[in-house]
Design a protein around this ligand. Sequence first.
Ligand code: GLP
Length: 241
Amino acid sequence: MDIRIFNNTEEIAAAASEIIISKVKSCPDAILGLATGASPVATYKKLIAAYEAGVISFKDVKTFNLDEYCSIPATDKNSYYTFMHENLFNFIDVLEENVHVPNGNPENAEEYCAAYDESIKNAGGIDIQVLGIGRNGHIGFNEPSDAFTAGTYKVKLTESTIEANKIYFESENDVPREAITMGVQSITNAKEIILIAEGKAKAQAIHDMIKGEVSPSCPASILQKHNNVHIFIDKDAASLL
Ligand code: GLP
């Protein structure tokens, strides 16, 4: 694991975006795996700046997002589809047809999820996967459990995740209880992974991910087994290491 501890958001975003920018430069049709949440926002800003400066183009890039809430439409202000457009896609030249955010309300979840994994595979697999981490060690929406998950699937969110996500919703009752998420296996199939985390609230999860045993009770701990992972964190998130 390439573990780097930075002073602030700006430094983390500079390091993370540098990896993505150099990938898109050398491979203009790169496949990017993207995450929502606060953690990658500053990195996305740097990607937008690089696009605006003419350093890179996303016109041949394909993107696949990790997850999406169930029970709200893609057009909802809190959907991950909306989040990605407001924080990245609307400001770069990626083609809408090359953007993939899971449908949170598929008619047949099982078939839909299998097809989502298939489309990642058919695209050639994810070159770089951006990840955040939940306070309980989740990646995507893979919550702590008894076994590592495989492909994309529909998941019930834990109370801890619902609690963490409620700041975005008017009331706790509005927070979706289920989501469609890439499974741990689909995430770790990525050729390269950049996990970003900041703040004391993430310190235990970061500790367990790096120092704990590889166990589905901390889904992110599986990254210890991946051969090309960057962990970019601030001092607070690193405080229990
Ligand atoms: C959500 C998302 C994850 C994200 C996590 C952390 O649960 N499903 O993909 O990594 O939140 O979010 P944040 O970066 O806002 O702390």
